[in-house]
Design a protein around this ligand. Structure first.
Ligand SMILES: Nc1ncnc2c1ncn2[C@@H]1O[C@H](COP(=O)(O)OP(=O)(O)OP(=O)(O)O)[C@@H](O)[C@H]1O
Length: 290
């Protein structure tokens, strides 16, 4: 049986009054969020609201102009994405970013290997030097196919195969990522993100381009991932059925500002959210009170 999600622990990911500005454009203003183990939260809003920017700030692609991002309790402002990833934060992208010419298995193995690589936090020169020395050693081990290297390869293959199986992609193991149907490429991206053994997973429009059946399956799968891998999950998604169906808490952005936050039923009847995003048609089709 899946463990009951524990959403009472310390936040694994926190945004504390985070703002970012591009020239004169305030893309994100005073953004606040806390994700704990067992959380399944949504981030919604109209096009250009700042959702992907929020992901980019949380994962180290952008440095916040103001405020603080904390991962596993550590302040990570200014850290590089791979350093933040080592603290347990992984993501997928709105525009799929797989290694297109690698097989499904190798896409996931790359991520599993990256997690086993030297953990270099901050900008410590000594650690970087040690990292370079270990890379050099690993290069020779790979070239000479030492028993240690071969054993490590088998273990990485086993881990990657397991993740492909969880994501229903075992049958695609040896196919190049670019040849997979769109919905399967999206699932492969999630498998790859899981390869880095995250504690928090950020999914940027995971259902984009999927048909109704695939979306329904994805909803079940996202819940299953949360439970089986003891994750906290944050999802950006335009499909309201999916977001409202799986998320326990939703943050709504508009022009970089948080205009609402709460349970799905609270958010979908919020007048500001209806005006900015859902539209009165949504209420007519789905019911609910303004
Ligand atoms: N690197 C950048 N330089 C300048 N402006 C940017 C940059 N990144 C994002 N923006 C701007 O910030 C605003 C928010 O964009 P963002 O991509 O976060 O929106 P979004 O909510 O993810 O939209 P969508 O649903 O269309 O993906 C937009 O006006 C966008 O043009």
């Amino acid at each position: 049986m899946s463990p009951t999600p524990d959403t009472t622990g310390a936040p694994l990911l926190e945004a504390d009054g985070v703002s970012i500005q591009f020239g004169g454009l305030r893309a994100l203003t005073e953004f606040r969020l806390a994700i704990r183990q067992g959380d399944l939260q949504g981030l919604i809003g109209p096009n250009g609201a700042g959702k992907t920017t929020a992901f980019n700030v949380l994962t180290g692609v952008y440095k916040p102009t103001q405020g603080e991002v904390r991962v596993a309790g550590k302040r990570v402002n200014g850290w590089l994405p791979h350093q933040i990833n080592h603290l347990g934060l992984a993501r997928t992208f709105q525009n799929i970013r797989l290694f297109r010419a690698l097989t499904a298995l190798d896409n996931v193995k790359v991520a599993c290997r990256a997690q086993g690589a030297l953990h270099v936090e901050g900008v410590d020169f000594g650690a970087k030097l040690r990292g370079a020395a270990l890379n050099y050693r690993d290069w020779w081990r790979a070239l000479l196919l030492t028993p240690g290297f071969m054993a490590e390869e088998r273990e990485l293959t086993r881990q990657a195969e397991h993740l492909l199986e969880v994501m229903g992609l075992s049958h695609r193991r040896d196919e190049e990522a670019r040849n997979l149907p769109y919905g399967e490429q999206r699932r492969l991206e999630i498998a790859r993100a899981l390869g880095t053994q995250p504690k928090v997973l950020l999914l940027d429009e995971p259902a984009a381009g999927m048909n109704t059946r695939e979306k329904a399956d994805l909803m079940v799968l996202i819940r299953k991932l949360r439970d089986e891998f003891s994750l906290g999950i944050l999802v950006i998604e335009h499909d309201m059925k999916l977001v409202m169906g799986i998320c326990e808490k939703i943050t709504v952005l508009d022009h970089g500002e948080t205009i609402a936050k709460g349970a799905p039923e609270q958010v979908r009847s919020d007048r500001k959210v209806i005006e900015a995003y859902l539209g009165d048609n949504y209420l007519e089709t789905h019911g609910g009170a303004a």
